[in-house]
Ligand binder design. Structure first.
Ligand code: PLP
Length: 442
């Protein structure tokens, strides 16, 4: 690609002046300009204005599950837009893509989950879940059940409810007033959940929400029995169990939904990201048939919750085509198999580098911890993972550093279409990048 220096400068200048980036170091943007300005995507690769090529080892934001540049999704969007781009689904209006997608979701979701409320993303899905479960308890004659319990290191988004539920403190501290009635417990202790319920009184608690694998908090995988115990506790205390599958849904972990690894079924499931692989904004929550039926039977009027774009015809058409691709190309199985390759690669890095601590993964969600001492797992005073991310980008891999909660962790979530050669390339670049930073510590 011919590099157009003037065009690049123009874009950098306009970006600084007019584009407030989401979750981004605002000063750095002014001082250094946009880190990368992308122009194209194909498969696991992204290309920028300089013509440089990168393995998108994060599927951008854990979401481009079927990879970049899928013409089928562009065509699905165009066909639907040319026919009917959008109609209101308020009142009882509907459209075929939303109807068919909700039916498809009922077919692929864990057993018992049968009815979908659509949103445009994960934060809206979480806020919707919190509101609807509270509304449910009002209808059930238990209006005092309104507290939502979530976990430390969790991330549920940036809408007001989602921010309040998020366990990563910096996100909550960003603003000076949060939604009331949100509580946090230790991320892997079912006993801590039980104790909090007993302390607060189960008559005050509406729901418990958890990501099957914590993503933005640093890819933390629950102990084997954790979710079984959680499910039992929720049953015992009549508390609804919400899983936030915004990252873990649609094959990411090697199963359709992350909670399937644990053999339990939630009452409500939040989804977004992988449902459309990011080609259009789409999300939602799936309710159990029982809750859905109760809402129908007990409702006395209008369900007063709805986004303009709930059931967006074009977004739903893309969602349907995206799921068809995931199924036709066997991408869930590929995520499982390539996830093992990725983990083997991480272990190789651990064996061959001095600063790689714990490595972990489930399907194509993985993490590498950076440590000063591999035996004691002692961390560096100042985290090195952000420096490694820069080195990796220089060499053609995009990954992410997690430094919240005193962590120093690199996280990965490549597209589900990734193959063995691409994983090997990714590991080779990671090796060089980590080694460069390791040598600087000597
Ligand atoms: N829930 C989880 C588990 C997420 O990882 C995210 C985003 O990363 C969200 C919710 C929020 O989704 P969105 O950014 O689409 O609002």
């Amino acid at each position: 690609m011919q590099k157009d220096v003037n065009l690049i400068q123009e874009l950098v200048d306009l970006d600084k002046k007019h584009f407030i980036h989401p979750t981004s170091p605002i000063k750095q943007q002014q001082e250094q300009g946009a880190a990368l300005i992308f122009t194209e995507g194909k498969g696991v690769y992204l290309y920028d204005v300089n013509g440089d090529c990168f393995i998108d080892a994060m599927s951008s934001l854990w979401n481009v599950n079927v990879g970049h540049g899928r013409k089928e999704l562009g065509k699905a969007a165009m066909d639907q837009m040319n026919k009917l781009a959008f109609n209101s689904c308020f009142s009882t209006f509907s459209n075929e893509p939303a109807i068919r997608l909700s039916a498809k979701l009922a077919q692929i979701a864990p057993p018992g989950l049968s009815a979908t409320f659509f949103t445009s993303g994960g934060s809206e899905s979480n806020d919707t879940a919190y509101k609807l479960v509270r509304h449910y308890w009002i209808l059930k004659g238990k209006p005092s059940k309104k507290k939502i319990i979530s976990r430390t290191k969790s991330y549920h988004g940036v809408a007001m409810g989602a921010t309040s539920a998020t366990g990563l403190k910096p996100f909550r501290d960003f603003t000076n007033s949060l939604a009331p009635d949100f509580y946090h417990v230790d991320n892997f202790s079912s006993q801590a959940l039980r104790e909090l319920i007993e302390a607060e009184g189960s008559h005050t608690i509406a729901a418990f929400v958890a990501e099957p694998v914590q993503g933005a908090g640093g890819v933390h995988i629950a102990p084997e029995n954790y979710f079984k115990e959680v499910r039992e506790i929720c049953n015992e205390f009549e508390i609804l169990f919400i899983t936030d599958e915004v990252i873990t849904g649609f094959g990411r972990t090697g199963k359709y939904f992350g909670i399937e690894h644990y053999g339990v079924t939630p009452d409500v499931m939040c989804f977004a990201k992988g449902v459309s692989s990011g080609y259009l904004p789409l999300g939602g929550i799936i309710l159990s048939e029982k809750i859905h039926q109760d809402l129908i039977e007990l409702s006395t009027g209008t369900l007063l919750h709805g986004y303009t774009y709930s059931g967006h015809a074009t977004a739903c058409a893309v969602g349907l085509k995206n799921i068809e691709i995931i199924e036709n190309e066997n991408l869930i199985e590929n995520a499982r198999v390539m996830g093992q390759e990725m983990l083997t690669g991480f272990q190789w890095l651990q064996n061959n580098l001095g600063i790689v601590g714990d490595v972990r993964g489930l399907g194509l969600m993985g993490a590498i911890e950076i440590v000063k001492d591999q035996v004691t797992q002692e961390r560096f005073e100042s985290p090195l993972s952000p420096l490694i991310v820069v080195e990796a980008a220089k060499r053609g891999v995009i990954c992410r550093a997690i430094v919240f909660d005193n962590q120093d962790t690199l996280v990965f979530a490549p597209p589900l279409i990734i193959d063995k050669t691409e994983i090997e390339k990714m590991m080779s670049i990671l090796y060089d990048s980590i080694l460069t930073i390791e040598k600087q510590q000597e």
